[in-house]
Each structure stands twice: as C-alpha cells, then as structure tokens.
Design a protein around this ligand. Structure first.
Ligand SMILES: [Zn+2]
Ligand SMILES: [Zn+2]
Length: 180
C-alpha cells in the first residue's frame, strides 16, 4: 500500500490495528478512522463465517450530522458512499479501485452491534443498495401520507384498505363509497 493520507490532518499517521482476531486494518492516529482492505476483510470473513443467513437492510445509529463525501486515503479520488439502511446518518465509504473501506471511529463497533459486520460485501452490492432505495421510497411516501392525512386517519385508511382487499365485491363497495 502506498503512503496514506487522511482528510482529518495533513500529517496524520496510520497505524496497524486489529478489528477482530485475525482482521487487520489501519487506523488514523488522529481521527481514529479505520481503513480496511476488502480482500483482507473477505479472508477474515470466509474463515469465520461459512454460511451467512440473509438479512435485510437495517438502519444503524450514526452521526448527528451526515458526513460529506471523503477522499480515498490511498488514491485521493472520492469514495463512493453506501447506506446500510434507510437512515441518513450511517454511511460506508468505499473506493472500488483501491478496494478500501473507510469506517469512522466507532462505525465498525456499530456494524458489529447491528449484526452487520460479516455483511460488508453484501452492503456494498448493487442488490443491497437497490433494496435500500426501495425502502427509502416507501418511507418517503409514508411521510407524505402522514402529512396529508395525519397519523390516526392514515391508520384507519390502511385498516379499511386491507379489509377491502379481501372483499370479492370491493368494486361495488368502492362505487357505493364514492356516491354523493
Ligand atoms: Zn484521520
Ligand atoms: Zn482509492
């Protein structure tokens, strides 16, 4: 790996660290951010997890203010950002050409606590990101509906909607409801 630099300080030094037994990474001595090489991570994961149950995108607690895009500590290009779930606050930064993942201080621990530590590759996949997008679209729509109808009315509308869906004569019912 060539010389690394960190956005936090011009002369930041990276030190070796062990995230878990057998999982080595580099840590910025100044901001405590972690740089993890994806091939090393994959080796570790494959040694420790033979089969991973499928999981759905999950929002993890993150920063109060969303961080901005970050330059790759190795090549200097902007890192791509990946969501673990719907939340605005937790992002993984990844440089595809260097295969490096950046984790802010505490983010690895958050991934572990959220049960997502073995799923780094999965989170970085297009399929996962598409599922997150779909979740976000649903939650955005829910927000709009909540503003439009209010929480209580919306719950009632949903109840009626579910009930209607199972009626064989729902068209008649709807027509009747639409009558003045
Ligand atoms: Zn730093
Ligand atoms: Zn890079």
């Amino acid at each position: 790996m060539q010389k690394l630099f960190c956005a936090c300080a011009p002369k930041a030094v990276f030190e070796r660290c062990e995230l878990q037994s057998g999982l080595l990474a580099k840590r910025c001595a100044a901001c405590r951010g972690i740089l993890l090489a994806l091939p090393d991570y994959r080796n570790w994961r494959d040694r420790h997890f033979s089969e991973l149950p499928a999981v759905e995108p999950a929002s993890l607690p993150g920063r109060e203010t969303p961080s901005r895009a970050r330059a790759c500590p190795s090549c200097g290009h902007f890192m791509a950002r990946y969501r673990t779930g719907n939340a605005e606050s937790f992002w993984l930064d990844f440089c595809p050409s260097c295969e490096l993942v950046w984790l802010d201080d505490g983010e690895w621990e958050t991934l572990e606590q959220g049960g997502l530590a073995p799923y780094l590759d999965v989170i970085l996949s297009e399929a996962w990101q598409k599922r997150v997008q779909a979740q976000r679209a649903v939650s955005y729509r829910d927000d709009l509906l909540r503003v439009r109808f209010g929480e209580e009315t919306l719950a009632e509308i949903r109840r009626i909607k579910t009930w209607l869906a199972n009626r064989p004569n729902r068209r008649d019912i709807l027509a009747f409801l639409a009558e003045p």
